[in-house]
Design a protein around this ligand. Structure first.
Ligand code: ACO
Length: 332
């Protein structure tokens, strides 16, 4: 059994934050941010907006493009590291969409989440019994960013993107090859670890071990230089491994669609793989790094904007916290 992408959608918060807006709260400038990262604007959740509503809107877009009814969805994979419910947001999205026949669960793999979700969805279809799988990438890292740390707060935005994967014959299979990796030794370079922020009693030696104090996550901490080095080293290798599995040379790639983290990373990977700049999909300038949402968000814009056409071969690659990384070669 093969699988192919038959629809995509995306959704963004309303509030736009420009580089100049950030220069009002931390010591930075539009020039520094745009030269070092390529980012000019980002969107951030505000007011009554919620991440699971963004995810649901993105999924509705994918269902509508694919002309598939919510009743016919068998599986919903919600790829996120920032769920609003500790136990995951997938079932809320299922409820919101009315996909009453679907199994739903969350996948956490940071900025690689969407690629991991796509591979997972394609494996479910390949195993039999699943026809229509919604894969949603959705994150709101704005809620975990230290807005006084200029090394990280300039990078991130919130968004959701989704695709619908559909079962098809082996002959029509749009999943040509993939490669998935992780290395927990790199956790120190990028994390938001749980911390115990409970009040210690005056004499902390007498602090009871039970009941435990209420924990919470620290803000996101990143060694940008190390993450940069990791990305430019591992992503080209991963795309080459996925191409090898597909039995295709890099010249068959019509579009390079990387996790949107830094334009210098994207250009370096393209250069290493000898992919010309007109084959790069990038919307980083408008939305920044939207973690698991960045690939499906950029895909949706490229499909709706007429850039990506039926039959085009796309190399997608995600990389980020964990460390995790992975690539997938698909035919749209
Ligand atoms: N404005 C002005 N100056 C700044 C800013 C800022 N926003 N941030 C840092 N600086 C300063 C630093 O303090 C430093 O000053 P110094 O030389 O006086 O010490 C100087 O600029 C250089 O700082 P670096 O951190 O070395 O800058 P670098 O060129 O490495 O760029 C960046 C930083 C943009 C974060 C880059 O390292 C990067 O993009 N890394 C990759 C991040 C990434 O891809 N993450 C993806 C995964 S995200 C996920 O999984 C959740």
């Amino acid at each position: 059994m093969g699988s192919k992408l038959v629809g995509c959608g995306s959704a963004l918060p309303k509030l736009q934050i420009s580089n100049d807006d950030l220069a009002k709260i931390v010591e930075t400038s539009d020039e520094w941010i745009s030269v070092r990262t390529g980012i000019r604007n980002r969107r951030v959740l505000s007011g009554e907006e919620t991440l699971f509503e963004l995810a649901s809107d993105a999924a509705k877009g994918a269902l509508s493009m694919a002309q598939v009814s919510p009743d016919d969805v068998d599986l919903i994979l919600m790829c996120t590291s920032t769920p609003e419910n500790l136990f995951g947001d997938a079932a809320r999205v299922q409820r919101e969409l009315g996909c009453k026949n679907a199994l739903s669960f969350d996948i956490t793999a940071a900025c690689s989440g969407f690629v991991v979700g796509l591979v997972t969805g394609s494996r479910f279809i390949k195993g039999g019994g699943y026809q229509n799988v919604l894969v949603i990438g959705s994150d709101a890292l704005s809620q975990y960013v230290d807005w006084s740390d200029r090394g990280t707060c300039i990078l991130f935005g919130d968004a959701a993107g989704a695709v619908l994967l559909q079962a098809c014959s082996e002959k029509e299979d749009g999943f040509l090859g993939f490669d998935l990796q992780s290395d927990g030794h790199g956790e120190k370079h990028l994390n938001a670890i749980i911390v115990d922020e409970g009040e210690l009693p005056a004499d902390s030696n007498d602090a009871p071990d039970f009941p435990p104090r209420k924990p919470s996550y620290s803000c996101l901490k990143m060694n940008g230089k190390e993450v940069f080095r990791f990305a430019v080293r591992c992503v080209p290798q991963s795309i080459e491994a996925a191409l090898d599995e597909a039995g295709l040379p890099s010249s068959t790639i019509d579009w390079l669609l990387l996790h949107q983290a830094n334009q210098r990373i994207i250009d370096s990977v393209a250069n290493r793989l000898q992919i010309p700049s007109h084959k790069i999909i990038s919307n980083l300038a408008s939305y920044g790094n939207t973690s698991a949402a960045s690939i499906p968000l950029a895909l949706d814009e490229a499909v709706r904007g007429g850039q990506v056409k039926a039959g085009d071969v796309i190399a997608m690659s995600g990389f980020g916290a964990g460390l995790t990384w992975g690539s997938i070669i698909v035919r749209w």
